[in-house]
Design a protein around this ligand. Structure first.
Ligand SMILES: Cc1cc2nc3c(=O)[nH]c(=O)nc-3n(C[C@H](O)[C@H](O)[C@H](O)COP(=O)(O)OP(=O)(O)OC[C@H]3O[C@@H](n4cnc5c(N)ncnc54)[C@H](O)[C@@H]3O)c2cc1C
Length: 293
């Protein structure tokens, strides 16, 4: 594979996805690239397209189960400074997609802007959170979004706003693009009140999820009738293991990596959860985590 001279040294090979995902699972990516700016991202995309190399965009890796066999493609992580901008005008914040949600939430708090506190403790980047319309406690990030700057896989930049933006429960129309940045509309509030709300949400989260073992959050989306965790719990699956993967005893929709879990261990448990819930409740669980293979 021939990359342009200026990128040749920056495009790495054989990087382990286990080191880049919160699950700590996953084999090697054939190519791995952290572009420093938009131009080098566009160049790499053009080369990958020409060579028919599949491109995967990685945020904080907190919602991904990567295969132990690795990824035959190019994983791109938008961690360069150009993708981590933060700016505030009035009640709006414009932020780069590579920025961690917690940085964004704290920036908003310091500016006395409220509306993102419910996301406290969600360990993703802004880009990953927009792609999957991350949410918690009945709210989701899409509600705050005014416009989003994206790149299509042909390297063309677009600004999406209004009816061109579509958010629904844990999905958006943005995952077909590379999200570059977004403008969020918030509302003014007292800084101390915002800080208090952030603390409250973090506390609530630690009570309901609480585990220090590697995981990727909820593995299944909540069906309309009942939370997936309650359905899985009712099937008596808390504490079940496969290899080194365990269905959490605290939150049945979480699978924990006890140490050396394989992607296949997690998939087997997901299969068990899906089968049991289907048998007992006639409900088809849909994965929330993204399975990369
Ligand atoms: C302990 C824990 C708790 C969690 N709690 C919640 C919760 O309460 N609510 C919730 O919604 N989620 C939760 N999650 C899941 C996860 O944190 C969110 O889905 C988060 O938004 C994913 O962001 P990320 O940057 O890690 O994305 P990644 O996991 O890196 O990627 C997820 C998807 O987004 C795509 N993507 C990432 N960046 C971009 C980009 N710039 N452009 C286009 N596509 C992109 C990827 O290709 C992939 O398909 C939790 C996870 C953990 C580990």
């Amino acid at each position: 594979m021939l990359w342009p001279k200026n990128l040749n040294k920056e495009i790495k090979t054989g990087i382990k996805l286990a080191d880049l995902t919160s699950f700590k699972i996953g084999g090697r990516a054939r190519f791995f690239f952290e572009p420093r700016d938009l131009k080098s991202l566009q160049e790499a995309l053009a080369c990958a397209r020409k060579a028919k190399v599949k491109v995967f965009i990685l945020g904080a890796g907190s919602n991904i189960l990567a295969s132990d066999s690795g990824i035959d493609g190019m994983v791109i992580k938008l961690s360069g400074r150009d993708f981590k901008g933060l700016d505030n005008k009035g009640t709006c914040i414009t932020a780069g997609s590579g920025l961690k949600l917690n940085q964004l939430i704290l920036f908003a708090k310091d500016k006395g802007l409220s509306g993102l506190e419910f996301l406290a403790g969600v360990p993703g980047t802004l880009g990953g959170s927009l792609a999957g319309n991350a949410g918690a406690w009945g709210k989701s990030i899409g509600e705050q979004v005014k416009e989003v700057s994206v790149l299509d896989y042909n390297g063309r930049q677009k600004l999406l706003a209004g009816r061109k933006l579509k958010f629904a429960y844990r999905k958006s129309n943005l995952n077909k693009y590379i999200i570059l940045s977004a403008k969020l509309k918030l509302h003014p509030a007292d800084k101390e009140r915002i800080a208090f709300k952030i603390k409250e949400y973090l506390l609530k989260r630690s009570k309901t999820q609480g585990s220090s073992l590697p995981n990727a959050g909820c593995v299944f989306k909540n069906p309309a009738k009942s939370p997936a965790g309650s359905l899985i719990d009712a099937c008596g699956l808390k504490g079940k293991t496969k290899g080194a993967a365990l269905i959490s005893r605290v939150h049945a929709n979480f699978i924990l990596n006890l140490g050396k879990a394989k992607s296949g261990d997690v998939l087997s448990l997901m299969d068990l959860m899906r089968r049991k819930v289907k048998e007992r409740f006639k409900i088809n669980l849909q994965p929330e985590i993204k399975i990369w293979r």
